[in-house]
Design a protein. Structure first.
Length: 472
């Protein structure tokens, strides 16, 4: 049981103004496993004021000194690797092996990327007779989701700090505990007073106070498309820069010459990773009609091979969903798919056998899905894969792009040039060919209603400075 009673503001842990407390539930046991205080709008305002004061000094701190702090942060996080992994298992329900390698391993790798990138970043350049200076924007409000809580906090806070901005972090209500470990690591790194602040709270309370505060210059938000629209609306009142990474309904297009077993099993793994609670998950599998029946059989077998259960077991490959509400949402989509006439080939809305406690859902695969069905259009955010047939590449591209989302995609082919040509036609922020891994140095983000702006690498760092031209 982790019982946090303070928020982190202006270089110290202090009691919030109000006594409201948030209980954090373990989704595998349905028991309370931690508590955090809920920051009020007044607490947020105090954090922003402190961040504004801290910005005056931090923005002028030499790059070499910022690198030193980030290097010490990496070491402090690495020293907490196992504690972070177990905390994320408990608050999110991610399997422990996945928590170690992805939920904690990826943030550590990302910090290392910025340590390499920052010394080479061009904060000044000559253009004709002018000098262009990239200056830090100011105070960054970082609002993170619950599905990858540490990675998202690092992906926002570290490039903002590297650029010379100060940060006020408001973590997701469902998974705030790993944010406390990040804050402790930043304290251990010796970060100066006023540079980083932690204000856990509700979306309508701390979140909206952060988004609307006139002294916040940038909002970096990851979450649902619906909430993203609300954030953009509120931020427009003070013309803030908004960097948003929102929902997805990502296609995985398998061309007839592809390695079908590899394409299908990798797509299933993507759709079910983190219990399907991944914005970039490939949840629409598009297969040529000639290989369709084989693909359906392969996907059903892959789903049946998933090991669903206790996330602390090394053998588990899929844990519970984050909450009762999320499980009900996913179950309702499965029921809707059945009522719309999709063919269930694996899983279903019932709890997995022997798992009556915990918010578990069976890994589910639908065949004979039409592009107009709700399960093919809505982000379910659970372990549900839809398989759709196509007749030629024109139709495949049309189905893939027939979505309000444009976050991620995959293309599979034995011919890399053919795959690349199709990838250029797909409307998505990042496209993986033949299962290549995402590159932490490459830009990450979406188009259409999957958001705007970019995270990771140089493109993520460039969201936090603004260009000033000096003509002399």
């Amino acid at each position: 049981m982790k019982d946090y009673q303070a928020i982190y503001v202006d270089g110290r842990w202090r009691t919030p103004r109000e006594k409201a407390v948030l209980e954090v539930e373990n989704p595998a046991t349905q028991e309370v496993m931690g508590t955090v205080p809920l920051a009020s709008a007044g607490d947020v305002a105090e954090a922003v004021r402190a961040a504004r004061r801290g910005f005056d000094t931090w923005s002028r701190t030499p790059v070499a000194e910022r690198l030193g702090y980030l290097s010490r942060l990496r070491d402090a996080l690495a020293a907490r690797h196992e504690e972070l992994a177990h905390t994320i298992v408990a608050e999110v329900g991610a399997p422990v092996s996945f928590a170690r390698t992805v939920q904690v391993g990826a943030p550590l790798a990302l910090v290392a990327c910025y340590l390499e990138l920052l010394p080479e970043f061009g904060f000044t350049e000559r253009l004709g007779g002018s000098q262009v200076i990239k200056e830090p924007l100011g105070v960054v409000g970082a609002i993170t989701p619950w599905n990858y809580p540490l990675f998202q906090a690092v992906a926002k806070a570290v490039p903002a700090l590297a650029a010379g901005c100060t940060v006020v972090l408001e973590p997701a209500e469902a998974a705030p505990l790993s944010a406390y470990l990040l804050a402790e690591a930043l304290v251990d790194a010796g970060l100066p007073r006023g540079v980083f602040h932690l204000v856990p709270g509700s979306g309508r309370g701390a979140g909206e106070a952060l988004v609307t505060h006139p002294d916040v210059d940038v909002i970096s938000f990851t979450g649902s498309t619906r909430t993203g629209r609300r954030v953009a609306e509120l931020a427009s009142g003070t013309v803030k820069r908004v960097v948003s990474e929102l929902g997805g309904k990502s296609p995985s297009i398998v061309l007839p010459d592809a390695d079908l077993p590899q394409a299908v099993t990798t797509t299933v793994a993507s759709a079910f990773a983190n219990s399907g609670q991944t914005c970039t998950a490939w949840t629409r599998l598009l297969v040529h009609i000639s290989e369709y029946d084989n693909a359906v059989d392969l996907a059903a077998k892959a789903a049946e091979n998933c090991v669903v259960g206790d996330p602390m077991s090394e053998q588990t490959t899929m844990g519970p969903l984050i909450s009762h509400e999320q499980r009900q949402r996913v179950r309702s989509y499965i029921a809707e798919g059945l009522s719309d006439g999709a063919r269930l080939v694996a899983g279903g809305p019932e709890a997995p056998p022997g798992l009556d406690t915990g918010y578990y859902v069976q890994p589910t695969v639908f065949a004979d899905v039409r592009p107009d069905m709700s399960i093919a259009r809505q982000e379910i955010f659970g372990p549900v894969l839809c398989i759709l047939p196509y007749t030629d590449e024109e139709e495949a591209a049309r189905i893939a792009n027939d979505s309000i989302y444009g976050l991620s995609a995959a293309v599979w082919s034995a011919d890399p040039e053919r795959a690349a040509a199709l990838a250029r036609r797909v409307q998505a922020g990042q496209i993986q060919i033949n299962g290549t891994q995402l590159d932490l140095l490459a830009p990450f983000g979406g188009c259409k209603q999957s958001g705007n702006g970019r995270e990771l690498g140089r493109y993520g760092l460039e969201e936090f400075p603004q260009a000033k031209a000096i003509h002399a």
